[in-house]
Design a protein around this ligand. Structure first.
Ligand code: ZN
Length: 504
């Protein structure tokens, strides 16, 4: 007769953390250890770790026929996370630990050969999934994953350092041996950013970045090298409005899936700046067990793409979907994984291959043909989705020589925060997320503004999509000015923010 123990765990598929049941059978016969449901390449390592951890914990590894079944079979399963439930299942089935309370918990954790619990990725996604499924189960997982898993309100998280600690918890001889519940709530550590006060000149660009930060609009900066595009972008994150609890939780869950979670970064909007040589999967996500890419790690924060035309054109075109939907679907063989990717795109590029078109000081030798070809590496449909497109000119030498005297980031950030709060109070979302129907309602224009916009639409051949984007940006400019209505100068400013490229 076979003896059975069943424990609960979870596998990761994108942001989903579906329930997995770990069933351990012991039967008499020749000693054997079989794991069903893991990829073949992972089975041997999992068996080695579990066997060593059990023996090094001072338990007996049963000399019986052991069969472990991970169900359902069709989920992508990475072996490490199931070490803990497999080991506990073997100990319970062989009566070395009591099994009566095991069903009250979910388990995850990779074991070292000596029985220590090593961190797993996606602990926060697991804890969120348990809450979503209406589960009241407690969670036993590695110490290093406790902070992230406990971010979910009311989650019952019991971190453990070793397999032995978990066994003592279930042996239940003394309360002193029980694991204690992890309840620490994170503190927001203020983050230091470089300051806009250090940037000389560039008043127009700073203003455009303020508008972008306030309404969550995407930006393309076009200008020669050395004009401070990167310097401006690196200061941009310091302007962004604070994150809501839900935004922070979503952002943390993605970091956790990538194994990047740091409690000290709680409520810091991510700023990701991948290099243009990054591979497609690194940028958009991928892998045999799909993992989030840079665009997802930038969720609820900033994705900064410097030297935009140097990125693989196919990869740039993939950005169009998440820029509309805030999500990305990764398909790999028969599997699909869905990740959030609601990022604010800040991009920078030179105006031409040599970089010096319009510089004034240095002569550009690019022909109009070469220039057009360079700029058209950014496809029209992608460009169409970038709300603010501005030129960044070289700073005149007299301004460079004078001391910097611009506004500090703190002063600008205060205006951004006020404008962002106004948007949330009025419509429950930032202006960037207004639907066409909501634009009709919240972005009404007076007669003069209407004709200004109509005129610009015609002379610049703007699409309907550009029309909506200009109105959203104009709404943000009015919000910074605390103006209930969009006035003509708000609209004209928004129109100015869409005139950087030849291809426009
Ligand atoms: Zn040039």
């Amino acid at each position: 007769m076979s003896i059975l123990a069943i424990l609960k765990s979870r596998a990761l598929a994108g942001m989903e953390a579906q329930e997995v049941s770990v069933e351990v059978h012991l039967a008499n016969g020749l000693p054997a250890f079989t794991i069903v449901g893991l990829a073949d390449t992972e089975v041997k390592e999992a068996k080695d770790r579990v066997r060593a951890a059990i023996q090094n914990g001072g338990f007996d590894f049963p000399a019986q026929r052991i069969t472990v079944n991970l169900a359902p079979a069709d989920l992508p399963k990475e072996s490490g996370r199931f070490d803990l439930p497999i080991a506990l299942g073997i100990l319970a089935a062989s009566k070395q630990i009591p099994s009566r309370r095991l069903h009250q918990y979910e388990f995850a954790g990779e074991l070292s050969l000596s029985g220590e619990l090593r961190p797993i990725r996606g602990a926060l996604a697991m804890s969120l999934a348990t809450r979503r499924d209406g589960g009241c189960l407690a969670f036993i997982l590695p110490m290093a994953n406790a902070d992230e898993a406990a971010l979910v309100a009311n989650a019952a998280i019991y971190p453990a350092a070793t397999l032995l600690d978990v066994c003592r918890h279930f042996a239940g001889k003394s309360v002193d041996n029980m694991l204690s519940r992890h309840e620490a709530m994170p503190v927001v550590v203020p983050q230091e950013y470089p300051d806009f006060a250090d940037v000389k000149g560039q008043t127009f660009v700073k203003r455009a970045l303020e508008v972008a930060a306030a309404g969550s609009h995407s930006v393309l900066m076009v200008g020669p090298p050395g004009t401070g595009k990167t310097m401006l972008a690196s200061r941009f994150a310091g302007l962004l409005p604070e994150m809501s609890d839900d935004e922070a939780l979503e952002s943390a869950a993605v970091q956790s899936l990538a194994g990047n979670f740091r409690i000290g970064q709680w409520k810091h909007r991510p700023f990701r700046a991948p290099h243009h040589t990054s591979s497609g999967p690194a940028l958009v996500g991928g892998g045999s067990v799909p993992r989030p890419g840079e665009i997802s790690l930038a969720h609820r924060g900033v994705l900064f793409l410097d030297e935009l035309p140097e990125f693989n054109r196919h990869v740039l075109d993939v950005l169009r979907e998440p820029m509309e939907s805030g999500r990305i679907t990764i398909s790999r063989a028969a599997r699909q994984a869905d990740f959030p990717a609601d990022f604010q795109l800040i991009a920078a590029m030179n105006p031409c291959p040599c970089g010096y078109f319009g510089h004034g000081g240095v002569v550009c030798r690019c022909t109009p043909d070469i220039m057009l070809r360079y700029q058209s590496r950014i496809s029209g449909p992608l460009l169409d989705r970038i709300d603010i497109q501005i030129e960044v000119a070289a700073v005149p030498p007299d301004i460079l020589a004078a001391p910097a005297h611009g506004e500090s980031s703190a002063v600008i950030a205060a205006r951004v925060q006020a404008a962002a709060s106004l948007q949330l109070e009025r419509q429950g979302k930032r202006n960037q997320y207004l639907t066409p129907r909501e634009i009709d309602h919240y972005c009404k224009l007076d007669r003069i503004s209407k004709s200004t916009l109509k005129h610009s639409m015609e002379s610049f051949h703007w699409s309907g999509r550009a029309y909506h984007r200009i109105l959203r940006v104009a709404r943000t400019i009015a919000d910074i000015a605390k103006s209930e209505r969009i006035q003509e100068h708000h609209l004209s400013e928004a129109v100015q923010y869409r005139r950087a490229l030849l291809t426009d």
